[in-house]
Design a protein around this ligand. Structure first.
Ligand SMILES: [Zn+2]
Length: 319
């Protein structure tokens, strides 16, 4: 039986119960006055104002009232779901579909599955990506462990003329910590030393063996880290023959999943959204089976990120 047959994906009260367990693992906290363990009442049977769609008013599920400040709220308050006009059980389905599909899922596909309009699906999927963004700033590596670094070019900058070289491409830097199996990715303006070195130094501990290709931007990394190993891809060398731990195959594997997915699913990604797609791939990679995370736990981990994250920008129509 598919996990999507579980009641939280179809039944609104169950969807709220599921979300409440994630938002309030230690008991309800009023989002208005912040009281913990205060008197909170469930408000059953409250309806919203009558509308054309529901002349009797829609039932307001998950509604609670704080006995201290007398204000009403649901578990959605303060999360990326707060202002979404869509049943929670459908949003939970969307989270599950996004975290469990290897390459992601397009807004068109999502709108067909959830039976909502394209714009609704588009905006929802960006809310979910926002929730997947890692706030983890601790440096990778340390203690002689290995971190691989590589950059790639993707898509095309809006309005940029297609010239030689890569000025019209969007640029992404990735670090993969080979020992912990985690990745960290970011959009960068340039792929020269002046841009990349400060980022690499801020994100990798000094006591790390750093692996790159032969690109000029990484030439002096050896001065800043325990070791800098590199291979010459131009010369067709992908693993150092004397020390077979010197290679960037892991980070290149990461990019190949990312690029295949972006090509197949999010072809027209604009630069202003690229960081959210990066967050989505990074999240799935860091929460993959090999790291001990199954599909259901991955959804819980994504939902844990919804607390306190809100999207405030206006939707646009490009993926
Ligand atoms: Zn309160």
């Amino acid at each position: 039986m598919s996990v999507l047959s579980e009641t939280r994906f179809h039944n609104e009260p169950d969807a709220f119960k599921y979300l409440e367990r994630i938002v309030w693992p230690n008991g309800v906290i009023c989002p208005h006055c912040g009281v913990e363990g205060g008197r909170v009442y469930d408000l059953a049977g409250v309806r919203s104002k009558p509308s054309k769609k529901s002349p009797e008013g829609a039932i307001r599920y998950g509604l609670k009232k704080c006995g201290e400040c007398r204000q009403q709220f649901t578990a959605k308050v303060g999360t990326v779901f707060e202002h979404a006009r869509m049943p929670l059980h459908k949003m939970l389905q969307a989270v599950h579909l996004i975290v469990s599909s290897k390459k992601g899922i397009s807004s068109h596909q999502l709108s067909r599955i959830l039976e909502v309009q394209y714009n609704t699906a588009w905006f929802l999927s960006h809310r979910i990506r926002e929730a997947m963004r890692s706030g983890d700033l601790a440096p990778f590596g340390g203690n002689g462990t290995v971190v691989e670094v590589d950059e790639t070019l993707i898509g095309r900058l809006k309005g940029a003329p297609v010239k030689r070289a890569f000025h019209h491409k969007m640029k992404v830097l990735a670090l993969v910590d080979r020992d912990s199996g985690r990745a960290r990715t970011m959009v960068v303006d340039n792929v020269n030393t002046a841009t990349l070195l400060p980022i690499v130094m801020a994100n990798i501990a000094k006591e790390t063996r750093v692996m790159t290709d032969e690109a000029n931007a990484y030439r002096h990394l050896g001065r800043h880290f325990a070791e800098h190993g590199f291979t010459s891809h131009v010369a067709g060398q992908y693993v150092d023959y004397n020390d077979r731990t010197i290679h960037t195959n892991t980070v290149e594997g990461y990019f190949s999943i990312f690029k295949r997915g972006m090509k197949g699913i999010y072809q027209h990604c604009g630069e202003q959204h690229l960081h959210r797609y990066l967050a989505e791939y990074e999240f799935r990679y860091n929460n993959r089976i090999a790291n001990g995370v199954d599909d259901c736990q991955r959804a819980v981990n994504a939902l844990a990120g919804i607390v306190g994250k809100r999207l405030t920008y206006a939707p646009s129509h490009s993926e």
